[in-house]
Design a protein around this ligand. Structure first.
Ligand code: NAD
Length: 295
């Protein structure tokens, strides 16, 4: 069992750190927020006074922070304080350029590094069923894999530095676009007098089939566990979808890729967010789509 420092104990990081404790690791946790530190202590982790104190002597350091600027700021603090030959893993969703800069920083100090963003949301974080998309050298990935398997059910090596973040934003661009497509189909069906269940029964077994329809249906009824049955409580908040679609647009611009539907999806979720719906599940976009008919 390893000695693991865990920095960033929010909605995702808190339960992920708790699963490492459950797996028998010695976890030393830190977050800026006192309530998160208290929860980590209650979950069985030791709590450090600072990020730097947490990483002293740790074999593995994990960060789970909001955005690239937070990750780079924490890595600049902790990487020089880590033991040479140790491993640092960032599980946050951040821009590809920051992820690459973080890898370079670690390499300069003789520290192995992996970018390992996740999919599966807070439910997956609690149930240890996340999917990890990893970027970095093969040796670092081999060391990271058994640790990540304590927090998830699937760990994929996507390529070199930043490849995990690239996979994450490509996947979430598909998700953002497909949820709007499914929402438009239900909004049209409503106007045509077709029941939700009838459209679901046909499309879920036809060529319109996709995850946004069959696992996360944006209308109540056909998929009982989807947030539509629970007043669109997240789940995956619309503000996070805006974040991921913006990362995808930034990456597309930097790489010279054309993503017209990704761009349009970003604009639609941004408008939904600006109308005060950032905390609503992203499948609530169907409410916005319905309103477009009145404009
Ligand atoms: P969150 O805001 O709940 O947690 C982030 C935590 O980082 C907070 O507790 C904050 O206090 C802490 N923090 C910020 N700066 C810090 C610092 N300098 N030192 C120590 N702690 C610091 O966010 P979250 O929902 O847990 O998401 C974390 C990351 O995972 C994000 O990049 C997000 O995009 C990604 N993600 C989230 C979900 C989800 O459903 N919530 C799903 C997949 C990926």
């Amino acid at each position: 069992m390893a000695s693991i420092a865990f920095i960033g104990l929010g909605n995702m990081g808190g339960p992920m750190a708790a699963n490492l404790v459950k797996a028998g690791h010695k976890v030393i946790a830190f977050d800026l927020v006192a309530a998160s530190r208290d929860q980590a202590r209650a979950d069985g982790a030791a709590v450090a006074e600072s990020s730097v104190a947490a990483v002293k002597g740790a074999e593995v350091v994990i960060t789970m922070l909001p955005a690239g600027k937070h990750v780079l700021s924490v890595w600049h603090e902790v990487v020089p304080a880590m033991t040479r030959g140790a491993l640092i893993i960032d599980c946050s969703t951040i821009d590809v350029e920051s992820a690459k800069a973080a890898h370079s920083l670690a390499a300069k100090h003789g520290i192995g590094s992996i970018d390992a963003p996740v999919s599966g949301g807070t439910g997956g974080a609690r149930a240890a069923t996340l999917t990890f998309m990893c970027g970095g050298a093969g040796k670092a990935f081999a060391s990271a894999k058994p640790v990540l398997e304590n927090m998830g059910k699937k760990v994929v090596h996507c390529g070199g530095a930043g490849a995990g973040q690239s996979a994450k934003i490509c996947n979430n661009m598909i998700l953002g676009i497909s949820m709007i497509a499914v929402s438009e189909a239900f909004a049209l069906a409503e106007k045509l007098g077709l029941s939700h269940q009838a459209l679901f029964d046909v499309a879920s077994t036809s060529s319109g089939q996709c995850w946004s329809l069959t696992s996360y249906c944006p209308v109540p009824g056909p998929v009982p566990a989807s947030p539509a049955n629970n007043e669109y409580k997240p789940g995956f908040a619309a503000a996070l979808m805006v974040k991921d679609l913006t990362l995808a647009q930034d990456a597309a611009k930097a790489a010279g890729a054309a993503t017209p539907l990704g761009k349009h999806a970003q604009e639609i979720y941004k408008a939904f967010d600006a109308a005060g719906n950032g905390g609503v599940d992203f499948s609530g976009i169907i409410q916005h789509v319905r309103k477009l008919a009145d404009q």
